[in-house]
Design a protein around this ligand. Structure first.
Ligand code: B1M
Length: 212
């Protein structure tokens, strides 16, 4: 269907107007919201992730593609609810306590959303208590923590300890990332997953559910 190809290409090109008008046109043509999501938007973000991993796209291209996708998802969201399309899972995500960097975290959240997860974004400077409360409130199965400062990395460990103390550690997968974070650090603090960037975060989250 030509309109799905338009949406797909517009997201890859970071053309927000092309993507959103494509979504509106597709809905007007009666194409199912789930088809627009899967064959247009998610397929495009998967391709963007591949281009990033192969070094053809850099962060700016990925950001504008993610924004085009987010604007399109915003149009689709109410229709998807009507059509009862279930998200893959709920992810509570935030930048840890003391840390105000959010560009990378937002990118990861957009990639996860593009893959089909529902995102509960707690923003920046998120205390362990806020993570715990959000997991309970939203009954989330995933927690994503981002840190960009070596001084705020220990907040990830404190948050995992708070999850254990609150009795919710066993029901969530914990993913961590950010420039100073390594797989070794994730192992040290008992996180389940480490991802280096948005595309690998989305891929690893799906793999953890046995979906990829
Ligand atoms: Co700051 N800052 N900053 N800063 N800043 C860094 C991080 C720094 C490396 C710069 C430097 O000195 N070379 C340095 C940290 C040094 C260290 O700790 N080792 C630093 C510092 C020191 C500071 C301040 C302390 C400066 C000061 O005030 N003296 C201060 C701290 C404020 C605070 O947080 N309390 C500060 C402030 C700021 C700004 C507010 C000005 C601004 C942030 C704006 C914002 O985010 N809204 C800022 C910026 C922009 C940067 C740099 C230049 C760029 C960060 C960025 O957005 N990168 C950064 C230098 C650098 O990284 N080159 C720097 C682009 C982004 C897409 O990448 O965030 O790495 P990144 O995210 C990647 C991956 O890491 C990964 O995927 C993302 C997408 O590919 N990822 C995850 C991230 N989170 C993930 C979560 C996951 C999985 C993957 O799972 C959940």
């Amino acid at each position: 269907m030509a309109v799905l190809e338009t949406i797909y290409q517009s997201v890859i090109d970071g053309n927000m107007n092309g993507a959103t008008s494509g979504v509106n046109a597709a809905l007007a043509e009666g194409i199912a919201p789930s088809e627009i999501l899967n064959k247009g938007l998610i397929a495009a973000m998967t391709e963007v992730g591949r281009l990033f991993e192969e070094g053809e796209y850099f962060v700016p291209e990925m950001l504008i593609a993610a924004r085009a996708m987010q604007a399109s998802v915003a149009i689709l969201k109410p229709k998807l609810k009507d059509a009862d399309v279930k998200p893959l899972g709920k992810v509570v995500i935030g930048t840890v306590k003391g840390d105000l960097h959010d560009i990378g975290k937002n990118l990861v959240a957009m990639m996860l959303e593009g893959t089909g997860f529902e995102i509960i974004d707690l923003g920046t400077d998120v205390t362990p208590e806020k993570f715990v409360d959000a997991i309970k409130t939203h009954d989330a199965g995933f927690v994503g923590m981002s840190a960009l400062l070596t001084t705020t990395m220990p907040s990830m460990k404190t948050t995992i300890e708070a999850l254990k103390a609150a009795g919710v550690r066993e029901r969530v997968k914990v993913m961590i990332g950010g420039a100073p974070i390594t797989q070794e650090y994730a192992n040290d603090i008992g996180a389940d997953l480490y991802a280096q960037d948005g595309p690998s975060a989305a891929r690893k989250a799906k793999q953890a559910l046995g979906l990829a």
